[in-house]
Design a protein around this ligand. Structure first.
Ligand SMILES: Cc1cc2nc3c(=O)[nH]c(=O)nc-3n(C[C@H](O)[C@H](O)[C@H](O)COP(=O)(O)OP(=O)(O)OC[C@H]3O[C@@H](n4cnc5c(N)ncnc54)[C@H](O)[C@@H]3O)c2cc1C
Ligand code: FES
Length: 282
């Protein structure tokens, strides 16, 4: 590639593509699901675990994981938690209004690689279900390509559970083992209470056949990894998604650096064996 072409392609990576909010669905008090289409009519062409940089014109930009499967061709979905300036401005966007989209960026869960033919255990903590949902949908859409599928989901409280219809669907499917827990129950909760690691020993995981795809807060990984070691799951079979403050999303600004690794280009999805040497990563 010539220097000119490189500059030109770099410039394109910085340029948000115009997109439209097609629909909005309130999931919880703080999370809303956005269905978005690129105005060009092109597909996003992401893989599960990748993210986009979303621009709210006049406000700013934020990295958000794609929550829909790559199988979905007529647009894509994002789950956005109202956290601050940009995410609140996104929540205020109405259907038909414009956003800018850069990406997709980053690494993905290897649904098209080492996960094929293996048992899959998805471990989602809180809003971590949003990126994992892309991989779960992909695996269930291509069910014959995978072994046993297990989904473990934990939230702080029942009110924070996302995608209630889909949780119910997964719990009814004979080809999915679905288990969930909440840290604190409310008066109506009849399910498990306790941290997500409690589910791991009873989930019937065959360590030798299994690839784990996890997404949740850093504190969750600390305990999940210990519980996976206890049942002999190897580091090479564990994939985690690590979030860091990001700006460019394309390995140029250094904002997301973790001891020489860039979370935006080397991640956000990392094989656990690869990040063990980066002590502060998790
Ligand atoms: C790869 C990646 C994927 C992400 N996917 C999603 C997603 O699917 N859905 C979603 O709602 N959010 C996601 N986030 C987090 C989201 O990018 C931040 O919440 C957002 O940038 C905050 O911007 P803001 O202007 O609304 O808030 P600000 O006003 O900038 O900050 C508000 C609060 O959020 C905290 N914050 C800001 N950025 C981050 C961050 N990267 N991680 C943790 N806390 C942060 C700040 O410390 C502050 O406490 C993702 C982040 C990354 C890096
Ligand atoms: S966000 Fe700029 S280098 Fe990663």
């Amino acid at each position: 590639m010539t220097a000119e072409a490189l500059i030109c392609s770099d410039r394109d990576l910085y340029l948000p593509q115009p997109a439209t909010v097609v629909s909005k669905t309130v999931l919880t008090a703080t999370e809303t699901l956005f269905e978005i289409r690129l105005d060009s009519g092109e597909e996003l062409k992401h893989m599960p675990g990748q993210f986009v940089e979303v621009t709210v014109p006049g406000v700013g930009e934020a990295p958000i994981s794609v929550s829909s499967s790559p199988d979905r061709k007529d647009g894509f979905e994002l789950v956005v938690r109202r956290a601050g300036r940009v995410t609140s401005a996104m929540h205020d966007r109405r259907c038909g209004e414009k956003l800018g989209i850069r990406g997709p960026f980053g690494t993905h869960y290897p649904v098209d690689g080492v996960m094929r033919g293996r048992d899959i255990v998805f471990i989602a903590g809180g809003i971590g279900l949003a990126p994992l949902r892309s991989a779960i949908h992909w695996v269930l859409n291509h069910r014959q390509d995978y072994g046993k599928v297990t989904v473990l989901y934990g939230t702080k409280s029942p009110a924070e559970r996302l995608f209630l219809d889909e949780l119910s669907d997964w719990s009814c499917r004979p080809d999915v083992t679905f288990m969930e827990t909440v840290d604190r129950a409310d008066a109506n909760w009849k399910g498990n209470v306790g941290v997500i690691t409690k589910l791991i020993p009873t989930a019937g995981i065959d360590a030798a056949r299994t690839v784990v795809a996890a997404c949740g807060p850093p504190i969750m990984y600390k305990f999940v990894i210990v519980s996976l070691y206890a049942i002999d799951v190897m580091d090479e079979s564990i994939y985690v998604s690590l979030e860091r403050r990001m700006k460019c999303g394309i390995g140029k600004c250094g904002h997301c650096q973790i001891n020489g690794l860039y979370a935006c280009t080397d991640g956000p999805v990392f094989n656990h064996a690869d990040i063990l040497r980066v002590q502060e990563a998790i």
